[in-house]
Design a protein around this ligand. Structure first.
Ligand code: AR6
Length: 178
């Protein structure tokens, strides 16, 4: 596995389940506006967290595209969940700006909470239809820029569901993480 080093932060891309990242303090949820359970990443995280997660999140909803909010991890192995609403590709435009904002806001929230390690899924690339290679480039550019302004966040992980997706994100970081 390749690790990219940007400023003070190590960035890695792995294949795995976002709900099973026990060695990071925060996981990012590819949420819906209502911050309730759903399919994909949101379903996996809410299932593993238990009903307390949806209960805690209810008062913070709704959120808009590009926004991020933070909750506890409940029964997840992580202290925090950072919920972001990615853009629906072709609907929430400019999609790249919203997707970049999701990554930037998540890193900023982590920083303000003193979180040192955070794991992202491939936001918007499932139900929201964002092409993987485009999303990877936006994510890599946004995260590489955002970590320049943080001290606490020293470890960023991208958790991809399949190896072809991991390769696409790793390639994007090889381009942007310089
Ligand atoms: N771990 C890591 N990656 C996963 C996992 C998992 N457990 N499950 C799916 N993926 P999606 P979106 C990958 O649909 O596009 C939900 O229903 C998946 O292969 O979770 O932002 C919410 O309620 C894909 O590449 O997020 C929202 O309504 C990527 O994660 C909506 O879908 C993101 O897929 C959000 O859509």
């Amino acid at each position: 596995m390749t690790t990219y080093h940007v400023h003070n932060t190590d960035i890695e891309c792995i294949v795995g389940d976002i709900a099973a990242q026990s060695d990071v303090q925060a996981v990012v949820n590819a949420a819906n506006a209502e911050l309730q359970t759903g399919g994909g990443v949101a379903g996996a995280l809410h299932r593993a967290a238990g009903p307390g997660l949806a209960r805690e999140c209810a008062s913070m909803a709704p959120i808009g595209p590009g926004e991020a909010v933070i909750s506890g991890g409940h029964d997840l192995p992580n202290k925090h969940v950072i919920h972001v609403l990615g853009p629906v590709y072709g609907v929430d435009e400019p999609a790249a700006d919203y997707l970049a904002a999701c990554h930037r806001q998540a890193i900023r929230l982590a920083e303000t909470h003193g979180i040192t390690s955070i794991a992202f899924p491939a936001i918007s690339t499932g139900a929201f239809g964002y092409p993987l290679d485009e999303a990877a480039n936006v994510a890599a550019a946004a995260v590489s820029r955002a970590v320049a302004d943080v001290d606490a966040v020293t470890h960023v992980r991208f958790v991809l569901f399949e190896d072809f997706a991991r390769k696409i994100y790793a390639q994007a970081f090889a381009t942007h993480a310089v």
